[in-house]
Design a protein around this ligand. Structure first.
Ligand code: ATP
Length: 210
């Protein structure tokens, strides 16, 4: 049976922006993935603050942002868990769901390279899926050579092979939250439906702790 390729894209998506959807589309094309599943995190085990928007609002915004792309799907697996989920657990759950004829790809932006060494059982994660690090504006092209003494050359070669040269789109959720709190325009950074949702629900209005 032909091998199926499924890409998983985790993040806080607080809110989802045009950078997310653009790199996800480019990565899916590069991989030849049948589908790409957006998996919002309850919170990141490595971020010190909780998402600003509620789980329901983040889910709703992702649904609106991906509605026009048939390859894009949304899964609330991590949100339904009581505790923050480790990527390895999430990958194992989807591998069990799709079976062994499906290859899984986990997408992450280049801003995460420095923190990968602190991810839960990272060497195992690199082994069980294709951890694909995508280019990101403002960050160096992903390079893993410095991790060779920790993870070994096989792991590092696999990471290097899976780097995806996605388009550089200089947008972050932090910038969007800050601009909204300051009453500034963000319409060139969001799908119009997401911008409408944020406006209608009065999200990200306060200066809070960004
Ligand atoms: P924040 O500013 O709140 O940290 P963010 O914009 O980085 O948010 P996340 O939801 O944390 O968005 O990102 C989810 C994943 O998407 C991460 O792996 C991140 O590296 C990647 N990502 C986010 N924005 C971009 C972008 N513009 N280009 C490439 N990758 C991105």
């Amino acid at each position: 049976m032909a091998e199926r390729k499924v890409a998983l894209f985790g993040g806080t998506f607080d809110p989802i922006h045009l950078g997310h959807t653009a790199v996800a589309g480019a990565a899916a094309a590069h991989i030849g993935a049948d589908k790409i599943i957006f998996i919002p995190a309850k919170c990141s085990p490595l971020k010190d603050s909780l998402p600003s928007a509620s789980d329901d609002d983040r889910l709703a915004m992702i649904a609106l942002a991906i509605a026009d792309n048939k390859k894009f799907q949304l899964d609330d697996y991590e949100l339904k868990k009581k505790e923050a989920s480790y990527t390895l657990e999430t990958v194992r759950r989807f591998q069990a769901q799709f079976g062994s004829d499906t290859s899984l790809y986990w997408l992450v932006g280049a801003d995460s390279v420095g923190e990968l060494q602190y991810w839960y059982r990272i060497a195992e994660l690199i082994d069980v899926c294709n951890l694909c690090v995508m280019y990101r504006a403002g960050y160096k092209p992903p390079d893993f050579i410095r991790f060779e003494s920790i993870w070994g050359s096989d792991c590092v070669e696999k990471l290097q092979r899976n780097v995806i040269q996605t388009p550089l789109i200089d947008i972050s959720s932090t910038e969007i939250r800050n601009r909204l709190a300051a009453g500034l325009d963000v319409s060139d950074k969001l799908t119009p439906r997401v911008a409408d949702y944020i406006h209608k629900h009065g999200l990200y209005q306060s200066e809070a702790e960004y």
